[in-house]
Design a protein around this ligand. Structure first.
Ligand SMILES: *Cc1c(COP(=O)(O)O)cnc(C)c1O
Length: 388
């Protein structure tokens, strides 16, 4: 049955047929605990009843009109997002990569306005920004670029979390338009930079008149303990991108701007047929309401701390473990040796986890996970790591 699907993913041969909260059921009726949330997407858990009702109600009212007309739910969603982030304007897309494409186009316009020729956007080694041609070029991982030449120009990669390297590069180049960075690198294995890293980036961008563009597609939506991860640094980027958990599974991305990044995308300069349609916006509006009402960012902070305390205790004598780190519910256990087989071993134990960067067990549980479910995750994962 899978033979007509392009093999772009090394998928496990499990077909899930329904979900509820932190749980998924396969076609045989087996029940799995989900510590990955569809890669940080279902932050409110599966089939959240209020989100389901919002989607259903919107589907029975109006699904799509195009952006040739005002869309009320889109206006409400933009207001709410700007409220939560103190940003000014929003462009709605359908995915993370598309939100980053908008950010890249904004950086190019910013450069054009300043009269920079051949402008460059600085991104970091180990970053992930998406799979379109521009965003995979922005991505700091050579593997995902293989065989896709010619790639767009105008990107360069520097070591992450290395301010001296950045300063040295800035000294030698007069065509830098923007810095695009993840507050915490997700796909390469939850790489958490120095606590003042984003503040330093903000300072450098102010000093040199670059755009600071934060890819909060994975770190945003409360996952790290605040609505945006960058809010823990008390800084505001010029451009912020969101996607993943924004629609709790309904595809939607957003590119937010403020300050000197505002007003650069003008009528006719960008667009999306589906972007910000009533269905996606109704889902996202409901997600934001529940996130705020149930204080799920605080919950992410608390539960993340509890889970990591438990892991540190359970794995204190395990010599395979190099590091256990987290911000909120973005959690990694880094091992000395490759451990990709832990994914299928966990699935046999009816637990869904991920391994990133070859040797980091990555957990991205729903923000709604209960303490008891979290204990189960810690037990199963610790035992697998000890036996590894
Ligand atoms: C997932 C992700 C993307 C890409 O999002 P898609 O919706 O898959 O296009 C971009 N940046 C980061 C940080 C991500 O985690």
């Amino acid at each position: 049955m899978h033979e007509h699907i392009m093999p772009t993913y090394a998928s496990l041969a499990i077909r899930f047929t329904k979900g509820a909260g932190s749980w998924l059921w396969d076609e045989k009726g087996d029940k799995y605990l989900d510590a990955l949330s569809g890669i940080a997407v279902c932050g409110l858990g599966h089939a959240h009843p209020e989100v389901a009702a919002a989607i259903s109600e919107q589907a029975q009212t109006l699904v799509h009109t195009s952006n040739l007309y005002y869309i009320e739910k889109q206006e409400l969603l933009a207001n709410k997002l700007c409220d939560l982030t103190e940003m000014n304007d929003v462009f709605f897309a359908n995915s993370g990569a598309e939100a980053n494409e908008a950010a890249i186009k904004i950086a190019r316009r910013f450069a054009a306005k300043k009269g920079l020729s051949q402008p460059i956007i600085i991104t970091m080694n180990g970053s992930f920004h998406g799979r379109t041609l521009a965003t995979l070029t922005a991505t700091g991982n050579e593997l995902i670029k293989e065989g896709f030449a010619p790639l767009p120009t105008g990107f360069c990669h520097l070591p992450d979390n290395d301010i001296p390297a950045l300063e040295a590069f800035i000294d030698q180049h007069d065509n830098i338009a923007a810095i695009l960075v993840e507050p915490i690198q997700g796909e390469s294995g939850v790489n958490i930079p120095a606590s003042n890293y984003l503040n330093k980036l903000r300072q450098l961008c102010d000093q040199h008149d670059f755009l600071l563009m934060l890819d909060e597609i994975q770190t945003g939506m409360g996952r790290t303990g605040t609505f945006l991860a960058s809010q823990q640094n008390g800084i505001k980027a010029d451009v912020v991108t969101l996607a993943k958990a924004l629609g709790n599974g309904v595809p939607i991305g957003a590119c937010l701007t403020q300050g000197k990044a505002t007003g650069l995308l003008t009528s006719g300069s960008h667009g999306s047929t589906f972007g910000g349609n009533p269905l996606a916006c109704a889902a996202a509006l409901c997600v934001l309401e529940v996130l705020q009402r149930d204080q799920l960012a605080d919950r992410a902070k608390q539960l993340g701390e509890k889970i990591v305390r438990s892991f540190k205790l359970a794995l204190q004598h395990c010599e395979h473990v190099v590091d256990i780190r987290h911000k909120g519910l973005m959690i990694a256990i880094e091992l000395k040796k490759p451990c990709t087989e832990l994914v299928s071993q966990a699935a046999e134990k009816k637990l869904l986890i991920n391994v990133a960067g070859g040797n980091r067990v990555r957990l991205l549980p729903p923000l709604t996970m209960t303490d008891q479910e979290a204990n189960q995750v810690v037990d199963i994962v610790s035992n697998l790591i000890i036996a590894h």
